[in-house]
Design a protein around this ligand. Structure first.
Ligand SMILES: Cc1ncc(COP(=O)(O)O)c(C=O)c1O
Length: 363
């Protein structure tokens, strides 16, 4: 098998080929595919909601990087996550992390609760807490590691063992680490989720999501659900993501190096109370007051005040206002998502320029 970096660029050795020797896999901008006669469909493709060659190539590439049996590409990370929860139904018990992207908390509280899903938040940093909460009727465990925005980390292998001992599946959101730094399936997870909008696409220019699974039967259910509910990814967005993934390895190294420089710089400042860093390019930090946080957001120049992460550009986000306003205030307070918390997605510009911009915004 090719190495990780090579598979980012070429896919697997046996990957789908376009037939016309195009070096960049083409964008199959078509809604449907012709059949020769009833029952004779030489391409194997029917209709692009269900499957499309550009999407298939992307899905095979992500499967290869995640070590999954199959992957489905969705129109957003939230579409992928919604499809994951569609695997379950009313009265199913699911344990989820306490600290999750705010959109997932909104999905749980405003959509799944209404459908009578029994979802309980558990401290996923502590396998003992998970063990105490899991029951034989628990159908799944869902977590982010590191989590958004507090960078909490989980022992995937330990939680996978607990899940499997109770007949539950483990789903891990690998958006922050990407398969460059972390392989949840290798560690025992059953499903890996991604907001592909972030590091996989990597350029702040497209929105997409992935559900990768290791079990053929689960993969088949996800494919059938995605074909039926229809939030699959269009060919152009597939191509953008494929292009992004080609440089994943290079970008992740630079994101990490820059993030370490920013982390050390923040740790040395008296006006920074706490720095949260768990690897990759993501940092959260708490300053002394809400006024200071707002002033930094106003004063940054190179660093962009915007709500996303994982792209080439350094972004600064105000979780309480942008990504987590729908998390109940008491839960936010308990986790540390206060009006003094800033989240930074450290880009791949020169570290010197990022630090100079931070210095002029904070001094
Ligand atoms: C960890 C994580 N998972 C999922 C999502 C949702 O992905 P999308 O915005 O692509 O729908 C996000 C969005 O920020 C996220 O940060």
């Amino acid at each position: 098998m090719y190495s990780f970096e090579t598979r980012c660029i070429h896919g697997e050795e046996h990957s789908l080929s376009d037939g016309n020797c195009a070096v960049s896999f083409p964008i199959y901008q078509t809604a449907c595919f012709s059949h020769l006669t009833p029952g004779h469909n030489p391409s194997g493709f029917d209709y692009s909601r269900e499957s499309n060659p550009t999407r298939r190539f992307l899905e095979e590439t992500v499967s290869s990087l995640e070590g999954a049996y199959d992957t489905v590409a969705f129109s957003s990370g939230m579409a992928a996550i919604t499809t994951f929860f569609d695997l379950f139904g009313p009265n199913d018990r699911i344990l989820c992390g306490e600290d999750l992207y705010g959109g997932v908390v909104r999905l749980i509280n405003e959509v799944l609760a209404v459908k009578n899903y029994r979802i309980e938040a558990v401290d996923m940093t502590d396998p003992k807490a998970v063990e105490a909460a899991v029951t034989p009727d628990t159908k799944a465990i869902y977590l982010e590691t590191p989590s958004n925005p507090m960078m909490q980390t989980s022992d995937i292998a330990a939680i996978a063992r607990i899940a499997h001992a109770n007949g539950a599946m483990l789903a891990v959101d690998n958006t922050f680490m990407t398969p460059y730094f972390q392989h949840p399936i290798e560690e025992g997870a059953d499903i890996v989720l991604h907001s592909g909008t972030k590091y996989l696409s990597g350029h702040n220019d497209t929105v997409c999501g992935f559900l990768s699974s290791k079990d053929p039967a689960v993969a088949e259910r996800i494919r059938r659900l995605s074909k039926t509910t229809g939030a699959t990814l269009g060919p152009f967005e597939c191509w953008l993501c494929l292009r992004g993934i080609k440089t994943l390895a290079l970008r992740m190294e630079k994101h990490r190096a820059n993030a370490l420089a920013v982390r050390d710089w923040l740790l040395a400042r008296d006006d920074v109370e706490k720095v949260y860093y768990a690897g990759s390019g993501m940092i959260a930090f708490t300053v002394g007051s809400a006024e200071q946080a707002l002033s930094i957001l106003k004063r940054v120049k190179l660093i962009t005040f915007a709500e996303s992460l994982g792209g080439t550009e350094t972004l600064l986000t105000y979780p309480i206002m942008q990504t987590h306003p729908d998390v109940p205030a008491e839960q936010r307070e308990r986790l540390g998502i206060t009006d003094r918390l800033l989240r930074m997605s450290v880009g791949i510009e020169s570290a010197e320029d990022i630090l100079a911009d931070l210095a002029q915004a904070m001094d």
